[in-house]
Design a protein around this ligand. Sequence first.
Ligand code: SF4
Ligand code: ZN
Length: 302
Amino acid sequence: MRCRCGRKAVYHRRQSGQQLCAICFSKSIHSKFRKTIRAHNYVEKGDTIAVGLSGGKDSTVLLHLLSDLKKDRPFEMEAIIIDEGISTYREKTIEVAIKNCEILGVEYHIYSFEKEFGVTIDACDSRVCSHCSFCGVLRRNLLNQKARELGAKKLAVGLNLDDEVQSVLMNFLRGDLFRFGRTGPSYTESPYFVPRIKPLRDILEKEVMLYAILSKIHVDHSVCPYASEAFRGDIRDFLDRMESKRPTTKYSLLRSYDRLAPYLQEQFTSTISLCSQCGEPTIDTICKTCSMLNTIKKMKER
Ligand code: SF4
Ligand code: ZN
């Protein structure tokens, strides 16, 4: 099959029926990325953007695309690398993350759960909660805290379209309507939360992967040993099955959700206060991180 430019096609975009060669495919990814940045005013002149970088394909591609964008508009960028304490897995991805920062000349900062919270994911007691729930809560907390301390105006995360629609369904199925309304593209200014931006949210996961391969970006493809525990995995399988029958499923779900999100945010509000234990923002008296760490401590003392 041929791309419309005449070169040999390497990818069939089923949603649009397009056959794309490597060059046209990469151009289309840059164009989608920039369109998302423009649509949500994600990057403004003079911003300092902290990038949550793991060394996996999504955050690494995000770092490269933002570096490319920097050539055209002036903003500062630093990477935050989190070491959750997952042996045999995280060491390798951190190495890759550092290598990419060095190639692109991006300053990076590494923070570990062990040093910041006194725990590792490996040592997490699965009777308290799943490794993934614990990891997600602590990572979100640490990324926000460190981005704020670095003086970042925004925190860029490598969530792709698949991640976004999975989160939408997960929060809906869990009945967590507060978070359900806050998976959207927009961000609000807050003195406590560094606004999270998601410049890859309109790009399918498999397209992020293909872009990394075609651009010869060094990424780590290993899978976290706890990934199979995640509720997200079941949702991913379900959405992939739907998408294979109806190729526009994920796009349609995201578009419908984005139209609903402003109404949901209006309906399901909460007051943000500061955690009485650690001083980080929360909608409860004690934040989720402290509450999980307290339970773990109690279980150890038994
Ligand atoms: Fe953390 Fe779970 Fe992701 Fe592993 S799969 S990095 S434990 S959230
Ligand atoms: Zn707290």
